[in-house]
Structure formats: C-alpha cells, structure tokens
Design a protein around this ligand. Structure first.
Ligand code: NAP
Ligand code: GLV
Length: 306
C-alpha cells in the first residue's frame, strides 16, 4: 500500500514518522510532481496538480475538520474525501468558546484594564438568562461546544441544516428558522463548514437580527463573516464586540482595522489545533477499516460540501 503526504503548512518529518509507526506495512512518502500512483493520501490544502496526477487515489484524509480548501478543487470522481472527526479538536473548541464567552460575560477585560491602572472597582453582576448563546452548526464541534456552554448554565440555542433534538438546546433548522434563531441569540458562535450556502452568512442584515448588545464568536472560517460589516455594527452599539479566531485572509494583513479595535479580540486560527498522534491513529484505523471493506465516519458528502 502506498500513501502520500501532501500538506502545506505542516512539517512533513514528524508526520511521516508517526504514520510509518502506525502503518508499518505501508510505503509512505512526501508527494512530489511526477511521483507514481498511490492508494491513499494525507492532505491539507494540496495543489490541484496533485489531484490531477493521482486520479486513482481511493481516499484523501484531510488533517483538519474543515474541507473547504479541498472542495474548491476539482476532485477525482471516485476518490473519497475524509475529514478528521474530533481527533482531540472538540474539547479544544469547547475550551476556546467557553473562555471567550465567559471573558465577555464577566467583563474580565474591563477588570484587567482597571487592575493595570491601579483601580479597585466592581462591575454589576449580569444575568445568564440575558445572554442566550446561539451555536450555528451542530456537528461534531458544535454539539461539544453546546454541552460545555450548558455546563455554565447559559441558555443554549442551536441551528443546523437538518432538524435536531439535543437535550437542553432549543434547536432551529434551515433557512426558514434562521431569523427566529438569531432573534433568540445574544452571543453568536459560528461553527459551520464553509460552503457556498454559508459564505458571508454573518453580515449586516443577519447580525442586525441578534439581540441588542450581541457578541460574535467566529471559530469556523473567516469567509463566514462579511468583515466590512462588523465594525459599523459594534461602533453603532448594536454589537458589544467579537472574538475572532479566523479571518478572510490569514495571517491577518498589517493595517487591517481589526488589529486595533478595542472591542475585537483575536487569536491566530488556533481555536482547535490538529493533534498529530490522535489524527494519525484515526487515519490508520480508517485505512484498516476501508481495507476490510467496512464503513468509516467522516466521509464528506460532495452534494453538501461538508
Ligand atoms: P460538521 O460535523 O460537519 O458539522 C457542521 C454543522 O453545520 C452541521 O450541524 C450541519 O448541519 C451544519 N450546517 C452545514 N451547512 C449548513 C447550512 N447551510 N445551514 C445550517 N446548518 C448547516 O463540522 P465540525 O467538525 O463541527 O466543524 C465545523 C467547522 O469548524 C469546520 O468546517 C471548520 O471550518 C471549523 N474548524 C475551525 C477550527 C479552528 O481552529 N478555528 C478547527 C476545526 C474546525 P447538519 O447537522 O444538519 O448537517
Ligand atoms: C481547522 O481549521 C480545521 O478545519 O481543522
């Protein structure tokens, strides 16, 4: 069995070592243009040339949850695209979102500024019921985040494509219930995949439907947010601010207005990192299942794009 590693932004050597240990029977190499045919590939944002040269590949294992860099390419008709499902990401995402939510809710940034200025003063306690959290995307990550937010007793709403029933979550589905979901939300968390349907889903019109004093936590993809629409909504007072992990262009260009806005906090696309050992174990187990003719989780549906 031959497997190529074709990942931009990841150092090849530690991945090759971990994959060779987990799959000792396989020949595993970094792909180079003109290389011979392989059975499987481990990929992150591969070039189109790789897919064009390897139409026989049975499955591409994406070393991330989001497959938008791949769905933009022309994929061979018979190749399965497989995303990481969880592999240690969902607990990181839960930490990130709960941290951003509580930092905002408890006004910890204001305390930090006060303390830095030598000021000892108290904020008026706020009520959790005034901060309903709406999670767009109730998949692997969204459901884990919903559980974590519930543990802190915030009201939780969720929105997905197909209707869902989740204990303790008021669930909405589809375009028909989107406006109602937004109207029931003060803190909006984006955990959608980036598809043609979800690109630009957070914009002036939709964010205006959030409850006054709304807050945006975007941990999915930068292109879910129409960036130009965010600051006017914050400066008008409709939104209280935003915590952003992802941006239309990454790294965020110098001089971008988000760098200096006092009500926008940012991190460099780090909410849930790919963990090598967990990911390699998941990929090796899926390859073994495929070889035995068994089904695997995480196959992307090309008609949905996630
Ligand atoms: P997932 O399991 O595929 O879940 C996607 C969810 O979005 C599903 O609930 C799906 O609805 C819903 N959805 C998709 N299209 C929709 C639409 N048009 N309208 C309403 N709901 C829609 O994905 P995941 O593993 O939770 O990951 C979500 C995203 O997080 C990834 O695609 C990636 O972009 C991002 N991510 C970011 C980081 C980071 O570090 N910032 C790390 C990992 C992942 P159904 O349930 O009805 O299908
Ligand atoms: C990271 O953003 C991922 O999609 O795994």
């Amino acid at each position: 069995m031959k497997i190529y590693f074709c990942c931009t932004d990841f150092k090849a050597e530690p991945w090759l070592a971990a994959l060779r240990t987990a799959l000792p029977q396989a020949e595993i190499e970094v792909w180079a243009p003109g290389a011979g045919p392989a059975d499987y590939a481990v990929v992150w944002a591969p070039p189109q040339a790789f897919l064009d040269e390897q139409p026989q590949i049975k499955a591409l294992f994406n070393i991330g949850a989001g497959v938008d860099a791949l769905t933009q390419l022309k994929l061979p008709a018979t190749t399965k695209l497989v995303r990481l499902d969880d592999a240690g990401m969902s607990v990181q995402m839960a930490e990130y979102v709960v941290h951003a939510l509580i930092r905002h809710f408890r006004e910890f940034d204001i305390y930090a500024t006060d303390v830095a200025g030598g000021k000892w003063s108290f904020r008026k306690p706020r009520l959790r019921e005034d901060f309903p959290v709406g999670i767009m995307g109730l998949g692997v990550l969204g459901q884990r985040v919903a559980r974590a937010v519930q543990a802190f007793e915030f009201p939780v709403r969720g929105w997905s494509r197909a209707p869902k029933e989740l204990h303790g979550v008021r669930c909405y589905a589809g375009e028909a219930q989107f406006a109602e979901f937004l109207a029931e939300t003060k803190v909006l968390v984006c955990l959608l995949p980036l598809t043609e349907e979800t690109r630009g889903i957070m914009n002036r019109e939709t964010l205006s439907l959030l409850q006054p004093g709304g807050y945006v936590i975007n941990v999915a993809r930068g292109a879910h947010l129409v960036e130009e629409d965010l600051i006017p909504l914050i400066d008008s007072g409709h939104l209280a601010g935003a915590a952003l992990d992802v941006f239309r262009q990454e790294p965020l260009p110098a001089g971008h207005p988000f760098w200096r806005h006092p009500k926008i906090t940012m991190t460099p696309h780090t909410a849930a990192r790919t963990l090598r050992d967990e990911s390699v174990a998941q990929i090796a187990s899926k390859i073994a299942r495929l070889a035995r003719g068994e089904s695997i989780a995480g196959i992307v549906d090309p008609s949905k794009g996630y």
